[in-house]
Design a protein around this ligand. Structure first.
Ligand code: NDP
Length: 295
């Protein structure tokens, strides 16, 4: 039986550490980390994500502010909020929930966020810093995956990690993170996408397989080498034919893959909770000014 990688309990532990750190920060420097969250439109999944992020802020003692704007909000109005929050000293992190409605240029909005408040790590300056191996904000989901692998697998040096998915929020930053020449990373990395005509021929070579595709149950036993570690990033909402109710499933067919894997993340309760925990840590680091190594 595979070891179950319990993201929920690791995230709870990280939040508990953070609560103490937040108290110390207040005691010693009278700083309370503050996160501003911007939600535009009525995407139900985005509303759930923003609510969970704001709730998590409250739990660790952060100040948080949620601005929910209508779906027809103009780009100029969104930029006004960003500019205002860039100036505010009590706001250390700014998060714009993606996707944004079509009339808004996502790249333009992300570019306007002060890179020192870009706790999602999507600003080109932080993306560039990650690629160059310089200190900066690392996107939350890849950072959470690395933390799980550090705890459950140990050093990845020389291990072959195959990532399926090349998005700017998961696949690409994760590949860059794993390539860093550090004792914890230093992995051999392959990134697959829809251009792979025989996906299994790549994924079967993986010591660690990361599925970040957004395709329910796309990865089965035929994609996995005996003894591999399997990280399922997918969060897909499907209607369960048995109950008629909506439920969350990953990109991996858990029941089928688990007997072959040496360790595996469940969905829910694997990578998902780690993403929010890393967002909180990024915001804490923004508040302490540690991110840029004293610059
Ligand atoms: P995107 O849709 O942006 O990217 C999906 C990637 O998977 C693309 O690169 C695509 O290739 C690739 N892909 C899709 N189907 C196949 C296939 N059959 N074979 C090979 N490659 C394939 O998704 P995201 O990266 O934003 O998200 C991926 C999943 O992770 C989603 O389920 C999302 O909900 C979840 N997610 C979970 C998070 C968490 O906290 N756990 C956080 C963020 C996302 P191509 O580029 O060629 O189209």
């Amino acid at each position: 039986m595979a070891l179950l990688i319990d993201g929920r309990s690791v995230a709870a532990e990280l939040r508990a550490q953070l609560r103490s750190a937040v108290e110390r920060l207040w005691h010693e420097r009278r700083i309370r980390p503050g996160l501003a969250l911007l939600l535009v439109g009525d995407n139900p999944a985005s509303q759930v994500y923003v609510r969970s992020k704001a709730k998590a802020c409250q739990e660790v003692g952060f100040y948080s502010l949620v601005e929910h704007l209508p779906a027809d909000t103009s780009q100029a109005r969104v930029l006004e909020y960003i500019e205002r929050w860039n100036e505010r000293e009590d706001i250390h992190g700014i998060l714009v929930q993606l996707p944004l409605p079509r009339q808004i240029d996502e790249q333009e909005v992300l570019l306007r966020i002060d890179p020192r408040k870009d706790v999602d790590g999507f600003h080109p300056e932080n993306v560039g810093r990650l690629v160059l191996g310089l200190p900066g904000f690392v996107p939350c989901t890849p950072a959470g995956i690395l933390e799980l692998l550090r705890r459950y697998v140990g050093s990845l040096s020389g291990k072959h990690v195959v990532i399926v998915g090349r998005s700017a929020i998961v696949g690409k930053p994760l590949a860059n993170l794993l390539l860093q020449k550090t004792p914890q990373a230093n992995a051999i990395v392959t990134v697959c996408h829809t251009g792979a005509s025989d996906l299994a021929s790549f994924t079967r070579q993986a010591d660690v397989l990361v599925a970040a595709m957004g395709v329910p149950g796309a990865i089965g036993a035929e994609h996995v080498r005996e003894g591999a570690v399997v990280i399922d990033v997918g969060i897909n909402r499907i209607v369960d034919p048995a109950t008629g109710k909506e439920r969350l499933v990953g990109d991996v067919r858990f029941e089928e893959v688990e007997p072959k894997a040496s360790a595996i993340t469940p969905v829910p309760g694997g990578v998902g909770p780690m993403t929010i925990a890393m967002l909180l840590w990024n915001t804490y680091r923004a508040a302490t000014g540690q991110v840029w190594d004293g610059q």
